[in-house]
Design a protein around this ligand. Structure first.
Ligand code: TRP
Ligand code: ZN
Length: 874
């Protein structure tokens, strides 16, 4: 209740004070029942010697939300009514002794917890989500990340209903209790903040394996899932072992407990959670079989499994002092999982995928009303702060450090940081200090990246002096001199034949700076921002010819892809601005595509590329830029015109090169059974890209081709690509194919999510009606975040139906947000961010989006989460 009333007061970094009391140890006893749970907590509290002041005695304040107090004891004595106060979400002890034991008993209701924070039920399972502030819904506690304590946890439950009892740490005693109940105890020797606490109870199947660390210790690994999913864990288990080995080899980091457990749950607000020794995962990031999961699912599972595992060092052994430091663990850990994924897949392809996510979505966040620095100074609702900026831009900052220091000194810096801060709650400054010391570099200027919101612009112009053989690059960044950023700019110079003349890492440190290259026979073509070496918007007036050269010859996968994006983007944006008949496809563009297509077909047929192009990269080079990214480049976004323009370029390329696309599709569709691995994944990417273009022709033969692919596919990647192609092309086979898919997969909710998403993203006005019908379909449930994201979230990414000019799409989204908010504020607030950038859109959409935000703002009883997003957006 507390959460839903009163004004919103921001939490400020400047108001940070060390905790008044620390916790020497926690003992929890959690008794689970069908209609409630009892939580007995025993806290050893003592005054923090590091907290200055202390002339006036200060009250001890513990956090606690939606807890019913049954008993409270201090040092074994029941507390009198005047020695404590319950004030909304706080328990206040006005006059605490310097050291004491506090025992409380609370009654809570996991069975009614729809917010999925704290202890809740997911189906028949009991589980927890405590980051960032869920622990206060379990018991009274100083629920902040800088209070670290060793936890001992005893869980009791009905033995039949909950045969499996789990918590983080090493297992201790277990046994039977009266009335068909049993219990189990777990001890975590590593002091941890409350947000890393976790427990699970239910009827689960365990898949077991083991891992021997570099120093020879045995770690028992287990993945727990519902019984019918036990055959879907092999991939996650293999990924876990691969990640454990990789972190030892790359950073010398070993796992530190005897057990590492992963539990998959159906109802989960985010991807997964790194609780010490007991990761809890959204089932979507664990379960996979070739028939039911796509190649992208397989890759995401690897990445998320690795991410949560890597948190054991960057997040758990060293945690965050306060939530302003969130990127200290998240940005660093995302960077680590990106490096890991680059090492197991097409490295260029993975990098391009990460850049796409950043530019399509983080750049937009950074340009809108929810923009914030990677290390913010204030927030209203911390749950809203798990953003692309904290995660993805945060990872880019760490990547720039890696680039500036080099891999070896970066490794030493990370090691020093972990040694210095082990067992503590650290800050971004601590991290940078260790990197500076080990890297022997001054990072004071670099630090500015952490405090600056928005995406920097980098303007590059070049000059050639033939007489002196001198080539100059002039670089200008958009900042006042005292705020200039330290920007690593990786470049190469190519001659007219595409040969690389030189390559360098330029360090931009001034607002305006010139870099000079001597000994040039002619003006070279610059390959700028190789590897996307800094998260900036680059402005250089590339000619089409230069772009063709880079695309054909550069050694860097990112700049080649970017050249293709720029060539395509120019064409699409021009068409979006045209009023009359669309221009013809320039012959040079068709020729470029023909060359790329020929190379791709050769790769698919087994030839190797002269400059190391792999199949995934070849597919990316042929992929049109996304509407999200192109929209960013329009002064005011004209969604409908942009969509039409992109579709028309796609169709022209499809028609002009129909035979080539068909040849690629056939070359990339070998008759071998499904396998997961860089080669076959790359093949499927090429094949399904070709299918996508072929369907753009609108020709019956191609509909048949897709339908055949659907019928014959032995894997979800191919069958989903075919289904989506048919539905999005409004092919006559679409309805029966949808029905067939549903018949086959109706018992598998994660697969039905794909079925919902395919329909919700179909680019037609009629989609809204279909989405309304699907709200009532058995495959949909509004209380499950995955279902909500699949249907409503996907709809909000629909370029046509969501942005219908009559505002019906926006109204629908706002209606759904209002239904969702009382149940699950986190998910409701996230959906509302889809309306936040209304100012960027041309009328009438701008006013219509704003109108829906205003309607949300006027509604009564909004959650804090939603109020923050709506308030900031308006
Ligand atoms: N720390 C989690 C991660 O690995 C993020 C997370 C999981 C989370 N569940 C959450 C954040 C719930 C907020 C609320 O990135
Ligand atoms: Zn994380």
């Amino acid at each position: 209740m507390e959460k839903n009333s009163g004004e919103l007061r921001p939490v400020l970094l400047s108001e940070y004070r060390p905790p008044l009391f620390l916790v020497a140890g926690v003992e929890l006893a959690i008794d689970l029942y069908d209609d409630h749970a009892l939580v007995r907590a025993r806290l050893e509290l003592y005054r923090n010697p590091a907290r200055e002041g202390g002339e006036r005695p200060e009250p001890l304040i513990l956090d606690g939300e939606e807890l019913e107090l049954l008993r409270i004891n201090r040092d074994g004595q029941q507390l009198s009514a005047e020695s404590y106060r319950l004030e909304g979400s706080r328990l206040v002890l006005p006059d605490p002794p310097a050291r004491f034991t506090l025992e409380t008993t609370a009654r809570i209701h996991p069975e009614r917890n729809t917010a999925l924070e704290g202890l809740y039920r997911s189906g028949t399972l009991f589980c927890t989500q405590c980051e960032p502030e869920g622990f206060r819904r379990i018991t009274w506690y100083p629920d902040r990340p800088d209070v670290l304590a060793p936890f001992t946890v005893t869980i009791s439950a009905d033995q039949q209903k909950c045969p499996v009892l789990l918590a983080g740490g090493n297992p201790g005693e277990r046994g039977k209790l009266p009335a068909g109940r049993h219990y189990a105890t777990f001890r975590d020797p590593y002091p941890k903040p409350s947000y890393l606490f976790a427990m699970v109870a239910g009827d689960l199947a365990g898949i077991h394996d083991c891992f021997t660390t570099a120093s020879g210790r045995q770690v028992a690994l287990a993945i727990y899932v519902e019984h019918h999913n036990r055959d879907k864990c092999d991939h996650a288990m293999a990924a876990l072992k691969q990640a454990m080995r990789w972190d030892e080899e790359t950073f010398g980091l070993e796992y530190d407990l005897d057990h590492y457990l992963i539990v998959a749950v159906d109802d989960f607000n985010m991807g997964a959670m790194e609780n010490k020794g007991l990761n809890i995962f959204n089932a979507a990031y664990v379960l996979a079989r070739p028939e039911s999961a796509t190649d992208d699912d397989f890759e995401r599972i690897e990445a998320v499994i690795a991410h949560e595992y890597f948190h054991n060092w960057t997040g758990n052994r060293v945690t965050c002092r306060d939530w302003f430091q969130l990127s200290l663990k998240e940005g660093l850990t995302v960077f680590r999982d990106q490096l890991f994924s680059q090492s197991v897949h097409s490295p260029g392809g993975k990098r391009i995928g990460d850049v796409r996510l950043l530019r399509d979505h983080q750049f937009a966040e950074d340009a809108g009303p929810l923009a914030h620095p990677v290390r913010p100074e204030s927030y209203l609702e911390i749950n809203n702060f798990y953003t692309l900026t904290i995660y993805e831009k945060g990872a880019e900052l760490v990547r720039m450090l890696h680039t500036l220091l080099g891999a070896e000194r970066f490794r030493r810096g990370l090691k020093l940081y972990l040694e210095r801060q082990d067992g503590t709650a650290a800050t971004v400054e601590d991290f940078l200090a260790a990197m500076a010391a080990a890297g022997d570099r001054d990072l004071d200027q670099f630090k500015r990246w952490y405090f600056r919101p928005g995406t920097p612009r980098l303007q590059v112009r070049d000059f050639f002096e033939p007489a002196r053989g001198r080539y100059r690059l002039r670089v200008v960044q958009n900042a006042p001199p005292e705020e200039a950023l330290h920007i690593p700019l990786a470049v190469g110079l190519l001659d007219a034949a595409g040969r690389e003349l030189t390559a360098a890492l330029l360090e931009v440190t001034e607002v305006e700076q010139e870099f000079v290259f001597e000994g040039m026979a002619a003006k070279p073509t610059p390959s700028l921002l190789r590897g996307f070496s800094a998260p900036v918007r680059l402005d250089y007036p590339y000619s089409d010819q230069q772009l063709q050269l880079l695309l054909a010859h550069d050694s860097d996968p990112f700049t080649r892809w970017e050249a293709a994006q720029l060539l395509n983007g120019k064409l699409i944006l021009e068409r979006a601005g045209d009023q009359g008949e669309p221009a013809e496809l320039p012959a040079s563009h068709a020729a470029t595509y023909r060359r790329l297509l020929t190379e791709a077909a050769e790769l698919a047929a087994g030839k190797t590329s002269p400059h190391g192009t792999d199949k995934t990269l070849a597919a990316l080079l042929l992929t049109l830029p996304s509407e999200d990214y192109l929209a960013e480049q329009m002064e005011l976004i004209e969604v409908a015109a942009l969509h039409r323009a992109r579709q028309s370029v796609r169709r022209d390329l499809a028609l002009a090169l129909a035979a080539e696309w068909r040849r690629l599709h056939d070359a990339a569709a070998p008759l071998e059974p499904y396998r997961y691995g860089a080669e076959p994944v790359g093949n499927r990417r090429l094949k399904n890209l070709a299918l996508d273009f072929l369907l753009a022709t609108g020709e019956e033969d191609n509909f048949d081709l897709a339908h055949q692919q659907f019928r014959r596919a032995d894997n979800m990647t191919d069958s989903l690509a075919a289904l989506k192609g048919l539905v999005h092309a409004a092919a006559p086979q679409a309805p029966e194919t949808l029905a067939e898919f549903a018949r086959r997969w109706r018992d598998q909710p994660l697969v039905m999510d794909k079925w919902l998403a395919v329909q919700a993203t179909a680019p037609y006005a009629a989609t809204l009606e279909q989405v309304r019908r699907l709200l009532a379909h058995p495959a949909f449930r509004i209380d499950n975040p995955n279902r909500v994201r699949a249907l409503i979230g996907s709809f909000a990414a629909n370029p046509v139906a969501f942005h219908a000019a009559d505002g019906s799409g926006y109204r629908f989204l706002a209606d759904q947000i209002l239904v969702l908010d009382p149940k699950n504020p986190q998910v409701a607030a996230r959906l509302a961010t889809r309306l936040s950038r209304w100012r960027r859109y041309a009328e009438p959409r701008r006013g219509l989006m704003r109108g829906e935000l205003a309607r949300l703002a006027a509604a009564s009883q909004l959650s804090r989460d939603l109020r923050e997003v709506v308030g900031k957006s308006l």
